[in-house]
Design a protein around this ligand. Sequence first.
Ligand code: ATP
Ligand code: MG
Length: 392
Amino acid sequence: MSLTMNEIILLKLGELVLKGLNRRSFEDKLIGNARRRLKPFGAFRVYTKQSTLYVEPKEDSCDMDGAWEAMKRLFGVVGLSRARACEKDKDALLETARIYLDDRLRTAKTFKVESKRADKSFPMTSIQLSQYVGGELHEAYPNLTVDVHHPELTVYLEVRDYAAYVHADPEPGAGGLPVGIGGRAVSLLSGGIDSPVASWMIAKRGIALEMVHFFSYPYTSEEAKHKVLDLARLLTPWCGNLIVHVVPFTAIQEELRRKCPEELFTVLMRRFMMRIAEKVAQRIGAGAIVTGECLGQVASQTMEAMRATSAVTTLPILRPVVGMDKEEIVRIARKINTFETSILPYEDCCTVFTPRHPRLRPVLGELEAAEAALDVEGLVQAAVEGIERIRV
Ligand code: ATP
Ligand code: MG
């Protein structure tokens, strides 16, 4: 066996049974998502057994490091480890542990060996195997003492149908639920810090997303649009491939500026965003709208403004960062690698016509009166017809 084919990835499944979710559909969704994510890294065999998902390379050319990084971003996985395969023999297992985990065996102070035996024809019990390999490792590494309760390193030995495997403690996985298991939502993606984080948080809860971006050409540039597409692309390792619906928004903004009171501009604009998002949601069968709104962050993010924007749609509006401080949002943005792109200095459609004194507590009646001067349906219709769909 070659080196690559000797190694596999074991993924521990997340919080499935607890939530009363159907185990079968959880696993099927996860396997499907894993297969799609693994495609760029070669041909793999992917299957589940006993709450574990196995990722096995089928050929030598498989990129195991790439696959490992991809699997670390797979929602629905609580922990993962790389394991080395070997013959189903006690000394082969010992040798493999010594070679594969040498670094960790050298540096750890305490350890234990834990064995699992799916192949009941293996001539030793799990306890006997652990005792044998543990004893030999103890002798080979004088730095180690055995601690069965809180060891720094656990050496796992698994004797399965076709081979035996050695691995160390799993690393934390991405958590959450497999994308798609909770249905679909549209996420309003601006070029800012908050909306990519909000999207990531909702995808993490098992929701498949399509993005909606409002584009105000020529007030906002092609670069601003590319920045948003880049942000969407940065989310794909977690969310899978994404469709970005780019909505032409200039006509609506110009009409609002022409016909409506300046201090209501932002809230009126956001009501249009929600109406258009709802249309996209209907078209793609989405059950909610996601935004990166956060209480108190800016004038349009008061409770009253949120009420006013929510009033134009019956869909639930999911605002996962609503109660977070900026630093908390930034921490996630850095973790998911969107921060550096989000802070690139391109203007957003919201910053183009910012009123000098936005109304903090808009009243619904007043907004509806302002909208009476507009052909709301016609404007929404025209924007929806002008949508450009981009797959990233
Ligand atoms: P962000 O950092 O996500 O841009 P923000 O703090 O700048 O958020 P706003 O500009 O008030 O806040 O926008 C609030 C939310 O409205 C955004 O998080 C996003 O979901 C949505 N939004 C704003 N502008 C756009 C846009 N041009 N296209 C799509 N969605 C937008
Ligand atoms: Mg913004």
